[in-house]
Design a protein. Structure first.
Length: 312
DNA sequence: ACAATTTGACCGGT
DNA sequence: ACCGGTCAAATTGT
């Protein structure tokens, strides 16, 4: 949940930062504004993915994705994102208008077009053309049949950083390597929570030779660390039968704890014996408490409140 | 003090 | 022997 909130806050901060530029739009250049908007969109999309994580929407989409093998693997992530956007769009429209099917279809079609437009911008028209024409179905490559998903993302063009774009997860860099034919090194990241959960997710980030403002991000392994959610995702020790059934029907991302190798001694007395995982354990406990008792967050969420609380 | 990054060493596959 | 991925000691950041 913490990461979800920080994503939302980040998105709002970005939006807020944009506010002064609205006064004199003419003086700010088009590209700059575009990349700002892209960044904001990206952050909010990540946030919404987080929020949806405990519903079956992602799994539904994933199945749908698997039934469409003609989609280039490099496009899959964006396919998912735009698909989710469309879904929510049409959901909102349906709620607002009351379900009138014909109208809704038109809206959905519009959404699709917008989605692919965004896509084209991010990927560069060359790639889109190439991918559209080549229906090559190489879902998986590389040996051992391990899954590699590669996408491209625009780097923040603003004066600052060459840091990889935000994708909603927290990564820890563990290596960097010069790659043979490339001008820029490749960076290796793994999920920050590798220690606590057995989260095997990794990613590689590399700038393109020709377009340094574009990153190529390759994801490998799935996150097992969706610990930020409301009640149902963290089952209590005693499991009722309905829960078991629903879990069997659709297994949620599992959490695995392996604290302390041998399980030696009682940890009740705050003994220094278990040093292995430092502070992260505390965060975990805090998060679990947050989940179980839903403590902390205030119920009043007006934009003003949040915005003003963000000012430093 | 602890957490994250940097960077050369190491290692497995080809 | 080389290349790309990972480890881990040293360094830097909070």
């Amino acid at each position: 949940m913490n990461e979800f909130i920080s994503l939302i806050l980040k998105g709002m901060k970005l939006a807020k930062d944009l506010e002064p530029t609205l006064q004199n739009l003419a003086t700010h250049n088009y590209q700059h504004m575009l990349s700002n908007l892209d960044e904001i969109i990206r952050v909010f999309i990540s946030a919404r993915e987080r929020l949806n994580a405990h519903q079956d929407l992602p799994q539904m989409l994933f199945r749908e994705l698997q039934q469409q093998p003609q989609i280039d693997p490099r496009l899959q992530e964006y396919w998912l994102r735009t698909k989710m956007m469309e879904l929510q769009h049409s959901q909102l429209e349906a709620e607002r208008i009351g379900i009138s099917s014909g109208m809704e279809n038109k809206q959905a079609a519009g959404g699709t077009q917008m989605g692919s437009a965004n896509l084209a911008m991010e990927l560069g028209s060359r790639d889109v053309q190439a991918m559209a024409s080549s229906s090559t179905q190489r879902q998986r490559r590389r040996k051992d049949d391990e899954e590699y998903r590669t996408i491209r993302a625009a780097a923040p063009r603003m004066g600052n950083t060459e840091i990889p774009p935000e994708d909603g997860y927290t990564w820890r860099k563990y290596g960097q390597k010069e790659i043979l034919g490339s001008r820029f090194p490749r960076s290796y990241y793994r999920c920050t929570h590798l220690k606590l959960y057995q989260c095997p997710a990794k990613k590689q980030v590399q700038r393109l030779d020709d377009d340094p403002y574009t990153f190529e991000v390759t994801y490998r392994g799935d996150h097992t660390c969706h610990m930020s959610d409301t009640a149902p995702s963290v089952p209590p020790p005693v499991i009722t039968q309905e829960v078991t059934q629903s879990m069997a029907a659709q297994p949620p991302p599992r959490l695995q704890f392996r604290l302390g190798g041998g399980g030696s001694g009682g940890s009740s007395g705050s003994g220094p014996s278990t040093v292995r995982y430092g502070k992260e354990v505390e965060y975990l406990v805090a998060d679990m408490a947050d989940v179980m008792f839903n403590s902390g967050s205030s119920s009043s969420n007006s934009m003003e409140l949040i915005f003003t609380s963000m000012e430093k």
